[in-house]
Write a protein that binds this ligand. Structure first.
Ligand code: AMP
Length: 192
């Protein structure tokens, strides 16, 4: 299996690049943000719980997210690999993911981190908020809160994978195609 984590702050282009990468490499896309938004749209108890956190720019509790990932694995037992987008976001989530993959006798192959300046991120998110229907993209205070959470909790995930030499930064500014080409180059180097 080839299991990739696409890492980076909110607005760094993980969703856009994930769509292209799963097409090219035949990986199963696991976006915890998308799964949570689907739960909200379906008005499930999990969705109702998650919404209160998402609307404030806070993280949904680890056990909720990890349970969702576990169920996703059960649904996609025959996947040839996964692309994790927006997960893991905390050190305990990274540890839980390692354990879940261990049970499948596999592990993380690479962690690619999209690097984008904060000024550019705010611009992109406010722009996305005009059309995405995402309430967490329209309020600049919520956007700033998401960055604060990223810096305080999610950056620990980078440290987790730096220790194993799987972490690589990729420039996340420029054209979508140029960024995609840089990601493919990094993936191909690790696949072969
Ligand atoms: P995203 O679409 O990845 O930007 O996620 C949108 C929101 O969903 C985040 O701001 C969090 O509130 C929540 N969320 C998504 N993924 C996670 C995760 N792995 N852990 C905790 N909360 C998450």
């Amino acid at each position: 299996m080839f299991n990739l984590i696409l890492f980076g702050p909110p607005g760094s282009g993980k969703g856009t690049q994930s769509d292209k990468l799963v097409d090219k490499y035949g990986l199963k896309h696991l976006s915890t943000g998308n799964l949570l938004r689907q739960e909200i749209a379906d008005k499930t108890p999990l969705g109702l719980e998650a919404k209160s956190f998402i609307d404030k720019g806070q993280l949904v509790p680890d056990e909720v997210v990890i349970g969702m990932v576990d169920s996703f694995f059960d649904l996609h037992k025959d996947a040839k690999g996964f692309l994790f987008d927006g997960f893991p976001r905390t050190a305990p989530q990274a540890v839980a993911l390692d354990k879940l993959l261990d049970l499948k006798e596999t592990g993380i192959s690479a962690v690619l981190a999209l690097e984008v300046s904060e000024e550019e991120l705010v611009k992109r998110l406010l722009n996305r908020g005009k059309t995405s229907g995402r309430s967490d993209d329209t309020d600049e205070a919520v956007i700033r809160k998401r960055f604060a959470v990223y810096n305080s909790e999610t950056s620990a995930v980078a440290d987790h994978y730096k220790k194993s030499g799987k972490f690589q930064s990729v420039k996340g500014e420029g054209s979508i195609d140029d960024i995609f080409a840089s990601l493919c180059k990094a993936i191909d180097a690790r696949m072969h």
